[in-house]
Write a protein that binds this ligand. Sequence first.
Ligand code: NAD
Length: 434
Amino acid sequence: MSKSKDTSVASHALPSYLDAEHLGPWGNYLQQVDRVTPYLGNLARWVETLKRPKRILVVDVPIELDNGTIAHFEGYRVQHNLSRGPGKGGVRFHQDVTLSEVMALSAWMSVKNAAVNVPYGGAKGGIRVDPRKLSMPELERLTRRYTSEIGMMIGPSKDIPAPDVNTNGQIMAWMMDTYSMNTGATSTGVVTGKPVDLGGSLGRVEATGRGVFTVGMEAAKLSGMNVQGAKVAVQGFGNVGGTAGKLFAEAGALIVAVQDHTGTIHNAKGIDVIALLAHVAKKGGVGGFAGAEKMEDSAFWGVTCDILIPAALESQITKDNAGKIKAKLVIEGANGPTTPEADDILTDKGVLVLPDVIANAGGVTVSYFEWVQDFSSFFWTEDEINARLVRIMQEAFAGVWAVAQEHKVTLRTATFIVACKRILHAREMRGLYP
Ligand code: NAD
């Protein structure tokens, strides 16, 4: 590929706020972009666009704790790319949130939204906080202050947050209310993943897990795997992992191992998923579940299974544990769960990896339906929503599968090819202003 002098100069320069030695998840994302660049043809001249977030906001979020002291938390909102539409992406509350992580998550949202062809750019937000240590009133104050601080960046046609790790419908309701109070008009379309009584969509809570299940079933069909009786291991049993596990169990698979932040459990005969979901709802995690044996956390990756669903956090499958994985199919419910080195190890072993940027796109797809319903104030039935979700996921997956076959590349690279071409084509058509 020939590059003009200016392009090559720019492509070597890292933004000054990044430390080249410690790029974290953003570094993983950059490697993924490098892998796709040779397939972008003439659009490759725009690829630098993908390597720099359009806009980054870091905010101080001070709140008064119940005991009267003042605590400060660091919050972020990153808009990675807005070429195809307003920003869209969740908000994460977690003690390990970093700017690098939010940047990577925002970029994966750009890719994901383009992969399923919903009319959004990519964005993401987060607060560096362990929300389990806050009371409900403290959590509400934190959410409202954060929403006010990022208020200049969000809006129904600018950037639309949604739930992610440790955020849920209640937090979206507070965000919607805060934004509405600040702007003087009830604005349901400013966030998605809201409670149904506040302009939320039926089917949104289960949408990501349903999408994981849908593409998993398609991949199983194409690779000749029988899901009936297949053994499944799930990391993370929250919104995504819990729903995906339930749907696979309903399809006849055996959920043999589950890991979350409270421990790892195992039952080779299959875990009663409904009982486990009830246990998690009551106790906050899978630890102490009576219907399975406790297992060492490190043994989780070597569990005998056919399907592995990482649905917790990023960088979980690494070069240190990828070699132990026995599954033939890995379905990435989480964002960024596999490092590039681990990706190569899995590919070399013949493991089929369904990448996050397509596998967990069901959530944003139904978020898009929610946003459309809010704008039109006309709400669809759950059957309509699920049918449209399944159709979009199946069509997007078929397109990615065909590109993977055509170029003999992994499904991750194929998804990036489809998505990056859409983003950069939009970028090119819009041109640079001024
Ligand atoms: P959640 O908060 O509902 O659940 C997170 C789960 O991860 C919990 O079971 C938690 O115990 C587990 N977990 C946390 N730390 C862990 C650790 N160190 N080891 C093992 N397990 C751990 O969050 P969620 O919405 O289900 O999100 C999970 C993943 O899916 C994230 O990567 C998120 O970005 C991604 N995702 C979520 C959505 C969505 O709609 N919620 C959409 C797309 C992608």
